[in-house]
Design a protein around this ligand. Structure first.
Ligand code: DHB
Ligand code: MG
Length: 230
């Protein structure tokens, strides 16, 4: 129990947690030159360094293998880092569609996919996800969804993911723990209210079986993972 630990012990545990994360990353989720180049290009393009961690990238790949995903929909591309993890786990005939609101960022993402040799199985669509999602119905169902865009719209994105899913589809959303802010009542701002509504729905919708995984930012943030049951 935390209250019985000395400051020294707490510090030791913090170091140990970091070491363990580094060991897991090195052994299971090491970045290669391509992923590092994607991050450098993201920085050079002036995009924020808010991509998922390598461990999160690897978890996405594990989930892709678990449900034999061939069609993936990503909402929010950023610099193409998560998209590279996703697309690399697809079979050759698989397809990742990623939605990106910024035309400029979309070019960075396309360049990243080209550099990674993934242009054949990826497509970047530019526009607001809320407007693009209704146009995807003819291409459904998707086997896996990765939501990592504006937090206010997370409940809308979850609605659409469920609509575009099949039984067995997996829906992953990033930043659903956010240092505990979505658990405050009421949540402190519109972004956290969006995440709170998503989490509430993920936890209680009878069509979903869900969990939150603290796995980034020293356990302070992480994924919501849901499996669509029916
Ligand atoms: C922010 C957004 C993200 O998707 C993330 O992973 C971290 C931070 C943000 O908007 O601050
Ligand atoms: Mg994120």
């Amino acid at each position: 129990m935390a209250e019985s630990l000395t400051t020294e012990e707490l510090q030791h545990n913090a170091h140990l947690r970091r070491d363990i994360e580094e060991q897991i990353t090195r052994r299971f989720a090491a970045e290669d030159e391509v992923l590092r180049a994607t991050l450098k290009a993201q920085t050079d393009a002036g995009l924020p360094q808010i991509q998922i961690s390598p461990i999160q990238g690897r978890l996405l790949q594990v989930l892709i293998a678990a449900n034999n995903a061939k069609k993936i929909l990503e909402i929010g591309a950023l610099g193409g880092y998560s998209g590279t993890w996703l697309a690399r786990a697809l079979p050759a005939a698989g397809k990742l569609i990623t939605l990106e609101i910024s035309a400029k960022h979309a070019e960075t993402v396309r360049a990243a996919f080209a550099r990674a040799g993934l242009s054949d199985r990826t497509e970047v669509r530019v526009g607001s996800a809320s407007e693009l999602l209704p146009t995807l119905q003819s291409e459904a169902p998707f086997d896996l969804f990765f939501i990592d865009a504006d937090k206010v719209s997370y409940p809308i994105y979850l609605d659409w993911a469920i609509k575009l899913a099949r039984p067995g589809s997996i829906i992953v959303a990033d930043n659903n723990i956010r240092f505990g802010k979505p658990f405050q009542e009421p949540p402190p701002d519109a972004d956290n209210a969006g995440i709170a509504a998503y989490n509430q729905r993920a936890a209680s919708d009878p069509r979903l079986r869900s969990i939150l995984l603290p796995m980034d930012d020293d356990g302070m943030d992480g994924f919501a993972v849901s499996v669509v049951l029916s």
